[in-house]
Every structure is written in C-alpha cells, then in structure tokens.
Design a binder for this molecule. Structure first.
Ligand SMILES: NC(=O)N[C@@H](CC(=O)O)C(=O)O
Ligand SMILES: [Zn+2]
Ligand SMILES: [Zn+2]
Length: 351
C-alpha cells in the first residue's frame, strides 16, 4: 500500500501562539487538520471571552487564503474566573472548552489555578453549559518528583474533582504514563484523553541518553518505555476515549537551545505523518482513522469531518529549521527523513 486515505483528522490540543509567529505556525496545521482545539496560554493568558474572540479573529486572518481550518477556542481558567464568564464563553459559540493549568505547571501557567476547589462555581457552570474542561494534569509542588507529577495529580486532584462534579466532561491532556492510561480506561465515560505523537514515539532515553536533547523536552516529560508501550496500546486499541492531540508547542530555537530551555515540541509540520508512523510500527494503521478523525469529534459532541486526507509512503526531508516570525524554529525530526508525506494535492506547504 503506497497511500493511506483517512477521514480528515482534527487536532484536539494545539498551540498556535500569536503575533508574527502565528502565520508561520498555523498553515502547517491547516494543511492537515479540519479543526483544532486552540490553547489559551498566551502572554497575557486568554482569561476573558472578549480576549478569546479577538484571538480567534487573528487566527482566521493568519490562515492561508482559502483555508477552511476551524479554530475551536478555549478559555484560560483562573482562581477567579466567575461563573458569568463561563456563561459568556458558552454564548460566544466559538469557545468549546475551558483549560485548567495548575499554577506553575507548564509554559505560561503562572495565572493558572492554585487550588481547584476555588473553581467549583466555574466548574459547575462549565458542566451546566455543556463545555469541556481540558486539564494539564500535573501537580506543581516543588517536592514532587517531575516523573511522578502526573500520577500524583490523578490521585490527589483529578479523582476528587470527578467525584465533586458528576456531570463535568473532562479531557485529560497529553497522557504520558501507563498509570494515566489505566485511570482513563477505568474512569467514567465523560472522561477522555489526548495522546501526543512524541509520547507515542519516544521515551526518556530519547531525551537524556548520549547528550541532552532540548528539542525532545516537553511537559509532561517523556517517561519510561513501558509507559510508551501502554500509550501505543491505548491509541491503537479502538477505545473511543483516547484521541489525537498533538500538543504542538512552538518555541523559537534560541529559547529551546538554552541553559534553561523551554518545554514544548514543535510537531505541526509533520503531525499526522508522525501518528501514521507510530500506528504503522504497531501494525495498526487501520485504527488511525478512529483515533485521529472520529473519537475526538464524538467526545466533544461535534460532527465528524466528511472530507479526507491522503498520505503517501514517500520519504520527506525535514529541514534543519523553519521560519518563525523574525527568528527560526526547530521541528521534531529536524534534518531527518520521515517515512510518510502528505500527497501533493493536499499539501500547500512552503518552508
Ligand atoms: N507541552 C509543553 O511542553 N508546553 C506547552 C504547554 C503545555 O501544553 O503544557 C507550551 O505551551 O509550550
Ligand atoms: Zn500541558
Ligand atoms: Zn499543550
């Protein structure tokens, strides 16, 4: 088989950034995905519906001409988000989810939530207005080992939250462990999860063996091989509550190749290609459509896409770097060949 045609996929976790970088980032996703959940961790964070609406317009303006790529917007939750703001978000029609960042957990999370119990009114409003709560699931206590932060969050924060809010629809973002896979599998049907390509393809050796590799550093951090295997199992199992979310998180080269490098891996230029690679290695290419194109839409209560995307088994060279505003960015697999490519008719790419 030299080509693979799937229902057009959606990306249920994406960072597009803002300003001069936005146009250099959005076209990669627009060439691949029908829709994407757009993360609100800008500086300053998008804590009001008005700010989200203005960002939505900037994304539309930065989309390639003729693109129908649809941004599904999110609101940034803080300790002080009033229920009325959730109501405005729902009424906007543009906002599909509210994002919970534990304060200090990741990039631009300083305005995030310090104690989830402070948000009970907002969380009740999210459930009432049929929005989804997306969660970066890591605790931030300095004494908690970085490799345990997800597991502690699930036990100490997420389990009680799901108990307290019995109607709330939750997406646990970017799963990284076998433990998290088990938590989602045994959780209620209103709990879904995204899985990134880097967590399907790499483990912590790829970050730390033979030299430290800043372009493989993201949060939650890459874990053990047995965790990667559990994530592959979950993604390729046909279980409808695991779905695609790239967490493509661009940072300029100088911010990654730095004594204190930023967390985030830029996968947008090869995102669906990486998933195809991971699914093929697992002998599960026939399961890619469900994971990439059906289950996320079903979970969010949105219609599935009706058009298709075709990949060709044709090696493609990833450039060493790509334009990013007035600077450069290094994508995953920079300088390497990747086994899958978009077919020419669906690839309006310019590097
Ligand atoms: N995943 C990351 O490592 N970084 C993301 C934030 C996030 O999704 O946690 C970013 O915005 O850079
Ligand atoms: Zn995150
Ligand atoms: Zn993210």
């Amino acid at each position: 088989m030299d080509t693979l045609t799937i229902t057009r996929p959606d990306d249920w976790h994406l960072h597009l950034r803002d300003g001069a970088a936005l146009a250099d980032v959005v076209h990669w996703s627009a060439a691949r995905f029908g829709r994407a959940i757009i993360m609100p961790n800008l500086t300053p964070p998008l804590t009001t519906t008005a700010a989200v609406e203005a960002y939505y317009q900037r994304i539309l303006a930065a989309r390639p001409a003729g693109s129908r790529f649809e941004p599904l917007m999110t609101l940034y939750l803080t300790d002080n988000t009033p229920a009325a703001e959730i109501e405005r978000a729902a009424a906007s029609g543009l906002i599909h989810a509210v994002k919970l960042y534990p304060a200090g957990a990741t990039t631009n999370s300083d305005s995030g939530v310090t104690d989830i119990r402070r948000c009970d009114d907002a969380l009740a409003a999210i459930a009432e207005h049929d929005l989804t709560l997306c969660i970066h699931g890591e605790v931030t206590h300095p004494d908690t080992d970085i490799f345990d932060r997800e597991a502690v969050f699930l036990e100490e924060r997420l389990a009680p939250l799901l108990e307290r809010h019995g109607q709330l629809r939750v997406v646990l973002e970017h799963l990284t462990t076998a433990n998290a896979v088990e938590f989602v599998r045994s959780g209620p049907t209103r709990l879904g999860a995204t899985i990134t390509p880097q967590h399907l393809l790499m483990n912590r050796n790829d970050l730390l063996v033979g030299g430290i590799r800043p372009h493989h550093y993201c949060l939650p951090i890459l874990k053990r091989e047995r965790d990667r295997e559990a994530l592959i199992d979950a993604a390729t199992s046909g279980h409808p509550r695991f779905f695609l979310g790239t967490d493509s998180a661009p940072h300029p080269r100088h911010a990654k190749e730095n004594a204190c490098g930023c967390a985030g891996i830029f996968t947008a230029p090869l995102a669906i290609e990486l998933y195809a690679e991971a699914f093929e290695r697992a002998g599960a290419l026939d399961r890619l459509t469900g994971f990439a194109s059906h289950y996320g839409a079903d979970f969010y209560g949105l219609p599935r896409n009706t058009d298709t995307l075709t990949l060709a088994r044709r090696p493609r060279a990833m450039p060493a770097s790509l334009p990013y505003g007035d600077t450069r960015i290094v994508p995953l697999r920079a300088g390497d060949e990747i086994p899958w490519s978009l077919t020419a008719d669906t690839q309006p790419e310019t590097a």
